[in-house]
Design a protein around this ligand. Structure first.
Ligand SMILES: [Ca+2]
Ligand SMILES: [Ca+2]
Ligand SMILES: [Ca+2]
Length: 329
């Protein structure tokens, strides 16, 4: 091959690579933060905190972490018969705006969980559908679905068997299908891309629950206002307590998201972490900065706050932006 031809091919290849990476770089992440504010979230979790307190702390930590890609946010609360959009994508709110709104959340009624997750998938898929963006549901919940409307795309009985063997037609089967294929009644491989554009849709779940045997679980289900009868029915008809844990961890894993199960026995620093607190001592200070600098350029050990696989400038910024948080003056 002549040198000039080689140069041309090299330039063409470089151009193609640059073109591809430019497209990737311009793809934002669309994040829909979903907070369960149903009555059962009043249940005590780790010492001194309810499930709602822990959920707020986790979402605050997520929103206080500097992402490695440009991100757009929306925020939903759910309880009663449906979800409430606090901020839509069109509101163009900041991470700080969402954190403030989350801090003011109060608990309400019953749990339309399947309805909310499936509507969240639709919300994400329908926002700028012709552009190539990653979609993420950032969900904090204690599970315990009990109030999805019968006409809903993801309405169904609770599966009699735990994930991954889900009864066809159960709400868990429908939610899993919705997140993986974009259609509640269409099973298919997760990670193949959600139609129409083959979108990457990730589900992260912070799951608050108690480790209890099935019989005790019936007694610990918190009645939620409005639908006590259905709550009681669901509690008795539901498979053992931790079927929710199996389901949500499976859903997160299949969509390449993160699952965190939190019980009252979870160490507080793990249950309710502070963004930037690399050594998990409850305070963001110079020691955390030193750890990030030590591990800079590596996969990190507690220092890759934004989970992009490398300790870099975003993680350092996370420490600096949260400097002093949790520390006793
Ligand atoms: Ca609930
Ligand atoms: Ca620290
Ligand atoms: Ca990182």
């Amino acid at each position: 091959m002549k040198p000039l031809q080689t140069l041309f091919i090299t330039l063409a290849t470089a151009g193609a690579v640059l073109g591809a990476s430019a497209r990737l770089a311009s793809a934002n992440e669309h994040v829909l933060v979903v907070l369960d504010v149903t009555g059962s979230m009043d249940t005590p979790s780790i010492p001194g905190m309810t499930r709602l307190d822990v959920a707020k702390a986790r979402l605050t930590a997520f929103l206080s972490t500097v992402p490695s890609v440009t991100s757009e946010y929306s925020l939903w609360f759910f309880e009663g018969s449906t979800y409430t959009p606090i901020y839509t994508f069109a509101d163009h709110r900041t991470r700080a705006d969402l954190t403030t709104a989350i801090s003011g959340a109060r608990t309400g009624g019953a749990t339309p969980l399947a309805h909310t997750i499936c509507a969240a998938v639709d919300e994400l898929v329908n926002y700028l559908p012709s552009e190539l963006h990653t979609k993420r549901i950032e969900l904090a919940t204690d599970g315990e679905e009990n109030n999805t409307p019968a006409i809903d795309q993801c309405f169904g009985p609770s599966s009699s068997t735990a994930y991954p063997t889900l009864d066809v037609g159960s709400w868990q089967w429908k939610v899993r299908n919705k997140a993986c294929t974009g259609n509640a009644t269409t099973p298919g491989v997760c990670g193949g891309g959600v139609p129409p554009g083959g979108l990457t849709l990730i589900v992260d779940v912070a799951h608050l629950f108690d480790f209890v045997p099935p019989f005790a679980a019936r007694a610990t289900v918190t009645p939620e206002t409005g639908r006590h009868t259905r709550d009681a029915f669901t509690a008795i008809a539901a498979p053992p307590a931790n079927a929710d844990a199996a389901f949500f961890s499976g859903l997160a894993q299949e969509t390449h998201g993160r699952y965190t199960g939190i019980t009252p026995a979870t160490p507080p620093a793990l249950a309710a972490p502070i963004a930037g607190d690399a050594n998990a001592d409850g305070c963001v200070n110079i020691q955390d900065r030193a750890l990030v600098l030590q591990q800079y350029g590596t996969p990190g050990n507690g220092t890759d706050f934004n989970h992009d696989g490398i300790v870099n400038t975003f993680d350092l910024q996370t420490v600096l932006q949260n400097f002093g948080r949790g520390c006793i003056p």
